[in-house]
Write a protein that binds this ligand. Structure first.
Ligand code: GAR
Length: 204
């Protein structure tokens, strides 16, 4: 059996994508293993879930004056390197990583973003999709590069936007699809298959 690829998952909040990834990474046939979870928010609910799933979880607060972003990134980089992390999955991690960090980290960094990129980069994607009167919304897993939400697209999933949808209802309907997309895309990425995953079926 070849050694498993060491995966770290970075979160800021609930951690539903993290949970889906960890559960799948626990399968024996997975090429990767969930090694650590890191949060920039010590109160992130996902940290508790990670502990329940028996994955070492760390948090480095970034909102105090004594711990600014570069200190956070240095701590994070040291932790990733000392754990031999090869792939980082951003899973609802809301801090924008600096170009320096992205260059310095020797492995790959993936992200899940709640829109059909390249449309609707940045924050408040559900609200903006509704305001634009779009009929289709979705999520994208992509490689992280220095340009925000612009790296190579690895997988996408879509949902319909209904007449009475709110940002909350869209988020609720999209989450399970995001979770499955991230699981499938990470598996495919680790296998070296560069085919883009497109789950383009719309719900009714
Ligand atoms: C997800 O919807 C993810 O796509 C989004 O945050 C949510 C985290 O949910 N990510 C971003 O907006 C990144 N820009 P989770 O904590 O339940 O996985």
């Amino acid at each position: 059996m070849p050694a498993k690829i060491k995966v770290a998952i970075l979160i800021s909040g609930l951690g539903s994508n993290m949970e889906a990834l960890i559960k799948d990474l626990k399968n024996q046939n997975h090429l990767g293993e969930a090694t650590i979870v890191v949060s920039d928010n010590p109160d992130a609910l996902g940290l508790m879930k990670a502990e329940q799933l028996k994955i070492p979880a760390f948090s480095f607060a970034t909102n105090s004056k004594t711990l600014d972003k570069s200190i956070f990134e240095n701590n994070l980089l040291q932790l990733l390197i000392s754990n031999n992390i090869q792939v980082v999955c951003l899973a609802g991690f809301m801090k924008i990583l600096s170009s320096k960090f992205i260059k310095d980290f020797p492995g790959e960094i993936l992200n899940i973003h709640p829109s059909i990129l390249p449309s609707i980069k940045g924050l408040n994607t559900h609200e903006r999709a509704i305001r634009r009167n779009l009929h289709v919304h979705g999520a994208t897993v992509h490689k992280v590069t220095e340009k925000l939400d612009s790296g190579f697209i690895l997988g996408q999933t879509t949902i319909s936007i209904h007449k009475n949808d709110t940002p909350h209802s869209l988020s609720k309907r999209l989450k399970p699809k995001e979770n499955q997309l991230y699981v499938d895309t990470l598996r495919q990425f680790l296998s070296g298959n560069s085919k883009v995953i497109q789950k383009l079926e719309l719900d009714s």
